[in-house]
Design a protein around this ligand. Structure first.
Ligand code: F6P
Length: 320
């Protein structure tokens, strides 16, 4: 193996830059040259490659976003798109590909590996933390700290006005962010897609608290909760109980910002490990970290297996 390429794909997450840096430097360190592919699979299809030297990844470890840019590529779902991508990798004499992203990105990487025998390794980077095979994904820690900081501020104004707030956090099909920040912020209820949402019970709880004189109430809802988004839940709560609420949708704020130490360190470890996995022939795999050990799982497991939520956190969110 003489040359590898690295790309970031799907929703960006804080720490992607730290991971690019580690990937590039580990590859150079092991005698490989490195190309960066801009805009994820779109750049693979459009032949948007840039050479990366050590100095190109200086001073990026602290930056959110991704210097390589990212995209969600519809064209890569089609055989034609993957054919162009594989041809471009061949044109650039790339022997291995590191894909930094989430489950959708890994499905694409796996297709490339099986259809064109391209060595690929996935590095889990998504704020959602919804990937099997790693305790944490790159970006989750930063996202939950950003959300927590915002909810603490909402608590101040909720307390000042004796109000009920519904705060919506990201997580289309996973409640990891909601559960973590819900427990961290002392939310009165956490609504997540993995557990049934009992709005009657929530209304009773809020009313009981109000009657006990505890008038600031915060509900944290994952955007993918089966009862609806924050606006729908607010309407349902008002219809059932007459309780009025204010709504805060945190949205893409959670995806930005300087990564936390934990995310920078995880990204550095996994970028390093991805290069080693390619050189050791461990592909197609996803590198991860479980109980402080670097692990490799078959790439497919990252999306075919569902990572469970921590049951203790669910208990805490319901009882504290
Ligand atoms: O996958 C990460 C994520 O931030 C999800 O939590 C969210 O539902 C989605 O991306 C939003 O995607 P987009 O930025 O493409 O609208």
């Amino acid at each position: 193996m003489k040359k590898l390429a690295v790309l970031t794909s799907g929703g960006d997450s804080p720490g992607m830059n730290a991971c690019i840096r580690a990937t590039v430097r580990r590859a150079l360190n092991r005698g490989l040259s490195v190309s960066g592919v801009r805009k994820g699979y779109e750049g693979l299809i459009d032949n948007d490659f840039v050479d990366l030297k050590s100095s190109d990844v200086s001073n990026i470890i602290q930056r959110g976003g991704t210097i390589l840019h990212s995209a969600r590529s519809e064209r890569f779902h089609a055989v034609e798109g993957r054919k162009s991508a594989a041809a471009n990798l061949e044109k650039h004499e790339v022997d291995g590909l590191v894909v930094i992203g989430g489950d959708g990105s890994f499905r694409g990487a796996d297709a490339l590996a099986s259809e064109y025998a391209i060595p690929v390794v996935g590095v889990p980077a998504t704020i959602d933390n919804d990937l099997w095979g790693t305790d944490l994904t790159i970006g989750f820690d930063t996202a939950v700290n950003t959300a927590l900081d915002a909810i603490d501020k909402v608590r101040d104004t909720a307390a000042a006005h004796d109000r009920l707030f519904i705060v919506e956090v990201m997580g289309r099909s996973a409640g990891f962010i909601a559960l973590e920040v819900g427990v961290g912020a002392g939310a009165e209820a956490v609504l997540i897609p993995e557990t049934p949402t009992d709005l009657e019970r929530i209304c009773r709880k809020v009313k009981d608290r109000v009657s006990m004189g505890r008038t600031s109430n915060i509900l944290v809802v994952a955007e993918g909760d089966e009862a609806g988004n924050a606006f729908e839940i607010a309407r349902k709560i008002e219809d059932r109980s007459g309780l009025k609420s204010r709504i805060t949708v945190l949205g893409h704020v959670q995806r930005g910002g300087s990564p936390t130490t934990a995310d920078r360190v995880l990204a550095s470890k996994l970028g390093w490990a991805a290069v080693d996995a390619l050189l050791d022939g461990a592909w197609p795999c996803m590198v991860g970290e479980i109980s402080s050990e670097i692990t490799h799982i078959p790439l497919q497991d990252s999306w075919t297996k569902r990572k469970p939520l921590d049951p203790l956190l669910i208990t805490l969110s319901e009882n504290l």
